[in-house]
Write a protein that binds this ligand. Structure first.
Ligand SMILES: Cc1ncc(COP(=O)(O)O)c(C=O)c1O
Length: 442
C-alpha cells in the first residue's frame, strides 16, 4: 500500500516533512527516538481527547442519557486515567489492579464499573470499600459472594448482570464473548440469566438495576449489535414481568473497531451510535420499556489510533527464494497481537517515508524475542531497510502495552504523550533493576 493510504491509520494530523520524515503530533518521530530512545510508544494526546469527545457527542446527540466508559483493559496508567477523567468519561475495570490505578489517579469512583469473570473476594471487598458505581456480576459464585460482602459491610451495592445473548459478532474466535460457548456471562438460552435475575432481585444487599452484554472485539458489522440488543431487551421485558426486574441501565458493551489496514475501512463512531441507539429506542418502544441509561464501553476505539510503536532496525537475514527477515528492537514482548490473533499491521519507515519502487523491497519484520512466532508484520513492501532505520507501526494504542510482558527478561518500552509539537513522558522505560525488584534473595 502507498504512503498516502497508510497515513490515515496514524493519528490525525500525522504528516511527512520536506526531509521525508514522519511527523506525529507536530514532532519528528526520529527526534522523539533521539530524546527517549528506542523502542518507544507514542500516544497522540489530541487523538485521545478527540475520540473521548466524539464518542460522547455522537451517542448523546441521538441518545442524551448515555454514559461513555473507557474500557481500561485496552491500556491504562495514571496519566491516561487522569486524562479520561478530565474528559468526563467513566471507566470500566476488570481487576483490582486497574481499580487501584483508577483510584490512585483520582478517578471519580462513582464512575467506575467493575467487570470480570472471576473476581476475587479481595477485589469485591475493594470495590465495595471504594464505593464504586457498579459491579457487573458475571456468574452465580460472584453474585452470592458479593451479596455476602455487601451484607458484612452494611451496604447495598448497585449491580448489572452480564448476560450472554448467544449472538456471534463474526470476529476472531479468541475475542468472541457473547456466544453460548463463552466463559463470560449468564447465557439467556440456558435459563441461567433468568435464574440470575431471580436470585439477584432477592439478594438483600444488591441493587440490580439493569443488564450488560459484550459481544466481542473488534466488531465490523452492525447486525450483531442489533441482534444482541434485541435479545437483551426482550429478556429484560420478560424478566420485568416475571421477576419485577428494575430496568434503569443497559450496556451493549464495547467492541468498536479501529482501522489496522489501509484497505480495511471501519464504521464511523456516528454509525455505531446510530445502530445502537436506534435499536435500543425502537425495541424499547415495541416492548413498552422506559428508555434506560445507555452505557457504552469503547476500549480499542478510544486509544487504538492514538498509539504508534517506533522500533529501530538491527539485523537482517535473506533466504533466497523464501523471504528476507528484518529484525527490530521490540516485538511480541510489547505487541503480542500478531502472535496470538494473527493480527495484521501496516508500517512506514519514519526516517525515509517515501521511496521510489526501485528503492523498495518486500520484507518480514521480525521481533527480537527468542521465538519463531515473534513476527510483527509478514511480507510488507517498504523502502529498503538498513540498520538504524526507524519503523513506525500505527494503530498500536490498544491491547499492545496492556498485554506486554517481560519475556526474555526484556524491558517494556516507555510511552510519550505528544501534542502540538510538545512531548511528555507518561511511562518511563523499565530498567534491569525493575526486573529484579520482586526477587526474594534468602
Ligand atoms: C465487558 C467489556 N467491555 C468492553 C470491552 C472493550 O472492548 P473494545 O476494546 O473492543 O471496545 C471489553 C473487551 O474485552 C469487555 O470485555
Amino acid at each position: 500500500m502507498g504512503v498516502k493510504e497508510v497515513l490515515p491509520i496514524f493519528p490525525k494530523g500525522t504528516t511527512v516533512d520536506a526531509a521525508n520524515h514522519l511527523v506525529i503530533g507536530g514532532i519528528k518521530a526520529t527526534d522523539l527516538l533521539k530524546k527517549y530512545e528506542s523502542p518507544l510508544y507514542i500516544f497522540d494526546e489530541d487523538s485521545l481527547r478527540n475520540k473521548a469527545r466524539e464518542f460522547q457527542k455522537e451517542f448523546k446527540r441521538l441518545y442524551p442519557d448515555t454514559t461513555v466508559l473507557y474500557a481500561s483493559k485496552a491500556y491504562i496508567n495514571r496519566p491516561l486515567a487522569k486524562l479520561f477523567a478530565e474528559e468526563g468519561l467513566g471507566i470500566d475495570v476488570v481487576s483490582g489492579g486497574e481499580l487501584a490505578i483508577a483510584k490512585a489517579a483520582g478517578f471519580p469512583l462513582e464512575r467506575v464499573y467493575f467487570h470480570g469473570n472471576n473476581k476475587e473476594a479481595a477485589e469485591l471487598e475493594m470495590a465495595c470499600d471504594y464505593k464504586i458505581g457498579r459491579v457487573v456480576v458475571d456468574n452465580f459464585h460472584e453474585l452470592e459472594m458479593l451479596n455476602q460482602i455487601a451484607k458484612r459491610k452494611k451496604i447495598k451495592q448497585a449491580i448489572l448482570l452480564r448476560i450472554s445473548p448467544g449472538v456471534d459478532p463474526h470476529t476472531h474466535v479468541k475475542t468472541t464473548t457473547g456466544i453460548l460457548d463463552s466463559k463470560f456471562g449468564f447465557p439467556v438460552q440456558t435459563g441461567d440469566a433468568e435464574e440470575a435475575v431471580r436470585r439477584a432481585v432477592k439478594s438483600s444487599n444488591l441493587n440490580l438495576i439493569g443488564v450488560h452484554m459484550h459481544l466481542g472485539s473488534p466488531i465490523y458489522e452492525h447486525e450483531p449489535y442489533e441482534l444482541g440488543v434485541k435479545v437483551a431487551l426482550e429478556f429484560v421485558a420478560a424478566m420485568k414481568k416475571k421477576h419485577g426486574l428494575k430496568f434503569e441501565e443497559f450496556s451493549p458493551g464495547g467492541g468498536f473497531a479501529i482501522q489496522y489496514l489501509s484497505n480495511a475501512p471501519i464504521p464511523l463512531v456516528s454509525q455505531y451510535a446510530k445502530t445502537i441507539t436506534v435499536a435500543v429506542q425502537s425495541i424499547c418502544k415495541k416492548l413498552g420499556l422506559k428508555l434506560p441509561k445507555l452505557v457504552i464501553e469503547p476500549g480499542r476505539a478510544m486509544v487504538g489510533r492514538s498509539g504508534v510503536a517506533l522500533y529501530t532496525v538491527g539485523s537482517s537475514k535473506s533466504i533466497p527464494g523464501v523471504r528476507k527477515y528484518v529484525a527490530v528492537d521490540g516485538g511480541m514482548g510489547d505487541n503480542i497481537r500478531p502472535a496470538i490473533y494473527g493480527s495484521l499491521y501496516e508500517a512506514l519507515v519514519a526516517n525515509r517515508v517515501n521511496a521510489s519502487k526501485e528503492e523498495q523491497e518486500k520484507v518480514t519484520i521480525a521481533g527480537k524475542y527468542c521465538e519463531s512466532g515473534d513476527i510483527l508484520i509478514k511480507d510488507i513492501t517498504l523502502p529498503k531497510l538498513m540498520p538504524g532505520d526507524v519503523i513506525a507501526i500505527p494503530a498500536s494504542g490498544a491491547y499492545c502495552l496492556s498485554m506486554a510482558s517481560n519475556y526474555n527478561a526484556s524491558l517494556k518500552p516507555p510511552i510519550v504523550l505528544v501534542s502540538k509539537g510538545k512531548s511528555r513522558l507518561i511511562r518511563r522505560r523499565e530498567t534491569y533493576a525493575d526486573l529484579m525488584r520482586t526477587d526474594v534473595i534468602s
